[in-house]
Each structure stands twice: as C-alpha cells, then as structure tokens.
Design a protein around this ligand. Structure first.
Ligand code: NAD
Length: 296
C-alpha cells in the first residue's frame, strides 16, 4: 500500500490542532475542518489548508484522522450525509484518534470496511503536552497491514504507536489507561490534602515522593498545578466523565469488578454535576477538599 501524503484532519481542539500542525511540519499536506473556524484558521496559519466541511476536507485525501470528543461525534463525522464514508476516496485510511466506546469503534470499522475503507481506532495518551511535543502513546486496533500504512503518521504524532489487537482493541486499552489515570490523580490529590493538613512542605514532599515507587507521570506533570489549584485544562472533567462511563460499562460487560475505578467515576461525575466539567481532571482535588472540609 502506498504511504499517505495528504491527510484530512477533522476536529482541531486541544489535541487535534497541535497534532495536525505537527503533520504539516513533517511535510504532509493537511486539510483541516472543525466547527470552530478560529481553530481551522490557526491550522491554515501554520501551513495547513482550511476546509468548510468534512466533505471538503476529505476530498482527495489519502488518509482521514478524526479527533472529536465522543462516540456520537465520531458517528456524525463518519456516517453523516456530508461525512467521511460518503465522501472519502475508496481505500482511504480512516484513523479515529478520539477516545470512544470500543463497541462503537468495532461497528464503525465494520461499516467502513463495507464501504471499502481501511479503519483503525487509535486513541492516544499523553495529553496536550504530548500532542504539542509529538510524544503521544498511540494504542491501535485494526489490521496489521493498515497499521503499517498508518505508521508514518503515527511516527510523527507520537513516540509509542503499538498495535494492540483487532478493531476496538485500541479503545479497550485506552479505557484501561483512563482508569489508571483517574485513580492516580485521586490518590495524588488525597496525598496532597493530607500533607497540607499536617503542615508539610508539599513542594519538598512531592519531590521526594516522585523519586520513589509512589512517583508517577501524573504526579510529575500535574503535581505543581494541583499544589497551586490551577485547574485550567489540559483534559476536561467532562471528557474524563465520558471515559469513566466507557470503562465502567466495559468492565460490567466483561463481568469484571473495578471497585476503586467505580468510586473515582462517582467523584468525576460529581464534579461535572457541580458545573466543573470544563476544569482539568486534576480538579479531583476539589472533591477531596470538600469531603475533608478543608479550605484551599
Ligand atoms: P476538544 O473539545 O478540545 O476538541 C474537540 C474538537 O472537535 C472541538 O474543536 C470541536 O469543535 C470539534 N468537533 C466536534 N464535533 C465535530 C464535528 N462533527 N465536525 C467537526 N469538528 C467537530 O477535545 P480534545 O481535548 O482535543 O479531545 C479530543 C478527543 O481526544 C476526545 O475523545 C478526548 O477524550 C481525547 N483525548 C484528549 C486528551 C487531552 O488531554 N485533551 C488526551 C487524550 C485523549
């Protein structure tokens, strides 16, 4: 299979915009579309092409990447009347890098194959910083030959593209990722509030904790902002709420108990219900403070 040179990029948000810009910088012809025309403009300023619809963006593209919030958004982009399956060239690679339900990914891969497309689910981990620095972890579900065709794109966007299984498997691994990240943030938040209540210097405390077994990427990347109660996203609570619903539903479907994950899912849901869906997921610290009646 020839390697893709022209890429349509649908969804230019916190993740999609820097990812698409990295593809431009690597020499790909990138045509972008998003509801948000300012985001499309920003891509155009960096050398990409602006499109006014998904149909326009995918016309003539070798590969299509989608990076939109949720399962219904991906379904709308792929299945809609002016969507990808109706307008992309047959045989195109369709790579959904959004985090969505594994069963939806499987259904879309089957539908895409029926239209003659090669569909991969390729959700990512690494956050906004990973997107900007082209250091994403990419968990891919689909056929090996399609994965190899997409590899030149993955190599630009991230450092760790791994084929983890057939269609939907990338999303299942991503669900596990979100389970671990939420639990890790919750425990870092509890540790911080605990240390503060004891009057410990938390800068020094986090530094030494991060050098031992308790250390984590969450602690390294988010610890300082959590100490300073700076919760601008990053990764929005509303998106992590979506992901905790995915992982709790998928665990139930498999008959697997995830009691700690289910508890953290409640905390994430509570923050969203309180109107904090736009804050970074490290705002889980606010729940710990509320439960402990501690002032920040
Ligand atoms: P975002 O809300 O910043 O961006 C999504 C973009 O998609 C928005 O600009 C929106 O206008 C656009 N969009 C939605 N529906 C569209 C449609 N039908 N046509 C065109 N544009 C459309 O979200 P984000 O943080 O970039 O996340 C995108 C996906 O990546 C989500 O599934 C999220 O769970 C996942 N993700 C995010 C992060 C992170 O740290 N932000 C990390 C890993 C994975």
């Amino acid at each position: 299979m020839p390697q893709p040179r022209s890429v349509a990029f649908i969804g230019l948000g916190i993740m999609g915009l820097p990812m698409s810009i990295n593809l431009v910088k690597a020499g790909f012809q990138v045509t972008g579309y998003d509801y948000n025309t300012q985001a499309v403009q920003k891509l155009a300023e960096q050398g990409g092409k602006a499109a006014g619809s998904t149909a326009e963006a995918v016309a003539g593209a070798d590969a299509v990447i989608t990076m939109v919030p949720d399962s219904p958004d991906v379904e709308a982009v792929l299945l809609g009347e002016s969507g990808v399956f109706a307008h992309a060239a047959p045989g195109s690679l369709i790579i959904d890098m959004s985090t969505i339900r594994p069963d939806v990914s499987r259904a879309l891969a089957a539908e895409g194959a029926a239209h003659g497309f090669r569909v991969l689910d390729a959700p990512v981990s690494g956050g906004e910083v990973g997107a900007i620095e082209a250091a994403l972890s990419i968990m891919v579900g689909g056929d090996e030959a399609d994965f190899e065709s997409a590899r030149p794109l993955f190599d630009v966007l991230g450092t760790t593209p791994v084929l983890v299984g057939p269609a939907g498997a990338g999303q299942t691994v991503k669900a596990a990722n979100q389970l671990i990240v939420a639990g890790n943030i919750q425990l870092v938040a509890e540790a911080l509030v605990f240390l503060e209540a004891h009057g410990v210097d938390t800068e020094a405390g986090l530094k030494v904790l991060n050098g031992g077994l308790a250390g984590s990427t969450v602690m390294a990347r988010k610890g300082e902002a959590m100490r300073g109660r700076r919760f601008q996203p990053g990764f929005r609570i509303a998106l992590h709420d979506k992901d905790m619903k995915i992982v709790t539903a998928a665990a139930r479907e498999a008959g697997v108990a995830i009691p700690l994950g289910a508890l953290v899912a409640q905390f994430v849901g509570a923050l969203k219900a309180q109107g904090h869906g736009g804050l970074d997921h490290s705002a889980l610290l606010m729940v710990v403070e509320q439960l402990s009646a501690q002032e920040s």
